[in-house]
Write a new protein. Sequence first.
Length: 336
Amino acid sequence: MNFDPNIPNLIAISMGLLAAAMWGSWFIVLKHLDDYPLEAFYLTLFVVSMVVVWGAGLLLDGQNLWVNIQSVWRSDPSRITVTLVCGVFYVIGIQLSLYVMQVLGLAVTQPVQASINVVGGTALSALIGGVPMGLSVGRIITSVCFLLAAVVLSMIAGRIRHRSQKAANIVTGLSDQPQEIKRAVILLIISSLLIPAYTIGLSYGLKSTTQAQGLAPLPFMAVLCSGAFMGALIASGSILTVRKQWGVFRKNGFRTHSLGMIAGFAHYGGNIIHTYATRNLSSVVSWPLGFTAGLWTSMWGLVYGEFEGSPVRAYSFLVGGMVCYLIGALLITMLV
């Protein structure tokens, strides 16, 4: 048997929140990369992720990890292929979002992107994975309105911050070049279209309370992570090859590589926890719940001084956006 415990809803929701905290916190390592290539960091992250996921799968499921994958492949191979391909695409989306965070900052990027992803991802989850009992269309629409309000308020906060910091000549390490900011916004939109591939894989590939067919939690995560590693290797490996930067792995010491290792443990450790929460809640609930990670990332952005020198009005809009985002996500997760 695969390790697949029946988890009460309250505990499953707590697991979803814990996964969100892990997801929303590992982005702070971007503040410590200095001149180290983002692509090299990203590859380290997913090498460690493969070790974490396959290690946990073999430890807890043993040979049943392979048995479940083979069984699902024989009965419905699309559950495997869709999950694998979704892993490739969502990882490319995350890599683009990391670049955006380096340009626009954590505090603004994550609430905006998370709200966009929650809207699209929740709709896809409902269509593909089904809607659990107790979640009405009206509640989903109300939640989406709050999430869109979070996007607008966060963008206003970012605009006020940019103007005030530029007027005061405050250097925060973020870009103030209009062309670079415009490029970052375009990449933010593209990445927001790619990242919901995660919820497609989750809704279609994972056997859950609303999806009768699919993989058990750890086999699903092993397939998804393999696709993610392939995506990271394609996206980052090609750039490192063109720039002839593969030597950075040898030139840098453990401290630099440990940043990718920490991120890998947090990212896919959170993914494993979130998958078990999804198994018991359904993806239409766990997806928005997981994106409360945006609140953690915004908080870390403030801790790292991204809004230094901004007027109270900028903080007010940012906090308002965070509150709207939290309300929107919680409305979807309330199973009563």
